[in-house]
Design a protein around this ligand. Structure first.
Ligand SMILES: NC(=O)c1ccc[n+]([C@@H]2O[C@H](COP(=O)([O-])OP(=O)(O)OC[C@H]3O[C@@H](n4cnc5c(N)ncnc54)[C@H](OP(=O)(O)O)[C@@H]3O)[C@@H](O)[C@H]2O)c1
Length: 250
C-alpha cells in the first residue's frame, strides 16, 4: 500500500541509518524525498542508491548558515513539502567530570539548535495537512550514565514536540516524535567511544531490552511512515517509542 503517494519529504541526515531507511520506506510508499547530509560524496552516493525519486542537499544541521539557506535550496527542488523528518544527529558520551564546552556545543548545535531552526525555516514551505516528525531517543526516559548532554539535548526535542504541536495546530501541520531505542546503525561507531567501550555499552543496553536484540533502522522507518501518513491523522504532539520494550521506568 502506498501511503505517501505524491508527497514530498525532507529528511535531515538521510545518508545512513534511520534517516536512509526512512527515505527508502517513504519512496516505497510513493513519496519523493530530499535528503541532507554534511558531505557531497555521501549525499551523492545515497541519492544514486535511492533512485529517481530522491534528491540531495549538502547541509550541516549544526551550522546556522546552512540551516538559513536550506529552504531556498529545497525550493529549487520543490516549492512546497508535505513531510519534514528531523533526523540528523549523533551521540557523544562522557561522565560529568569530563564534559567540556565543545562536547556540549556540538550536541546542542546539531540536536537542539538544528531541530528548532530547521523547523522554523521550513514552516513556510509546509503544506496545510503536512507532518513534522522529530527524532528523540529512549535516553530521555532513563538516567543512562555518561549521556547527560545527549539526553538533555534529546529531552529538549521532546519538549519541542509539544510546543511546536500547539503552535502549528492552527496551520493544520501535525507534529509528533519517534523515540528509538537501541537501533543497529552507524550511531555507536560514530560516537566518541572506543570499540571496547561501544561493546560494553551495547552489551549493557541489550541486557535491558525485553525483545533481546537491537532494532533495525527499517523498523523505526515504518513507524515514521505511519506518523507521516494519513493513518496518523488524529495524532498530534505525541511520541512513539520504537525500543523493543526498553524499560522506561526503573
Ligand atoms: N541508533 C540508535 O540506537 C539511536 C537511538 C535513539 C536515537 N537515535 C537518533 O537517530 C538519529 C539517526 O541516527 P542513526 O542511528 O541513524 O545514526 P547514523 O547511521 O550515524 O546516521 C546519522 C545521520 O545523521 C547525519 N548527520 C549527523 N550529523 C549531522 C549534521 N551535523 N548535519 C547533517 N546531518 C548530520 C549523518 O549524515 P552525514 O554523516 O553524512 O552528515 C547520518 O545521515 C540521530 O538523531 C540519533 O541521535 C539513534
Amino acid at each position: 500500500m502506498q501511503r505517501l503517494m505524491n508527497k514530498t519529504a525532507l529528511i535531515t541526515g538521510g545518508t545512513s541509518g534511520i534517516g536512509k531507511a526512512t527515505a527508502i520506506d517513504f519512496i516505497e510508499n510513493g513519496a519523493s524525498v530530499i535528503i541532507t547530509g554534511r558531505f557531497q560524496n555521501t549525499v551523492d552516493s545515497t541519492v544514486s542508491e535511492l533512485g529517481a525519486k530522491a534528491q540531495g542537499i549538502v547541509s550541516d544541521a549544526g551550522k546556522m548558515q546552512d540551516i538559513l539557506s536550506l529552504a531556498e535550496k529545497v525550493k529549487l527542488i520543490s516549492p512546497q513539502i508535505d513531510i519534514l523528518y528531523i533526523n540528523a544527529g549523533f551521540g557523544k558520551y562522557a561522565p560529568i567530570e569530563l564534559i567540556d564546552e565543545n562536547h556540549f556545543n556540538e550536541q546542542f548545535d546539531v540536536i537542539v539548535k538544528g531541530t528548532l531552526f530547521t523547523v522554523q525555516q521550513m514552516i513556510p514551505l509546509m503544506k496545510e495537512g503536512g507532518s513534522i516528525i522529530l527524532n528523540t531517543s529512549i535516553v530521555t526516559e532513563v538516567g543512562m550514565p555518561n549521556s547527560a548532554v545527549y539526553s538533555a539535548a534529546k529531552a529538549a526535542v521532546q519538549s519541542f514536540t509539544k510546543t511546536f504541536a500547539s503552535e502549528l495546530a492552527p496551520k493544520k501541520i501535525s507534529v509528533n516524535a519517534v523515540s528509538p531505542g537501541p537501533i543497529k546503525t552507524n550511531y555507536f561507531d560514530r560516537s566518541n567511544l572506543s570499540a571496547d567501550q561501544v561493546h560494553a555499552m551495547t552489551d549493557a543496553v541489550m541486557q535491558q531490552v525485553p525483545l533481546a536484540r537491537f532494532g533495525e533502522a527499517r523498523e523505526v522507518a515504518k513507524v515514521i511512515t505511519f506518523l507521516a501518513s494519513g493513518d496518523a491523522s488524529f495524532m498530534h504532539g505525541t511520541e512513539l517509542f520504537v525500543d523493543g520494550g526498553f524499560p522506561r521506568i526503573k
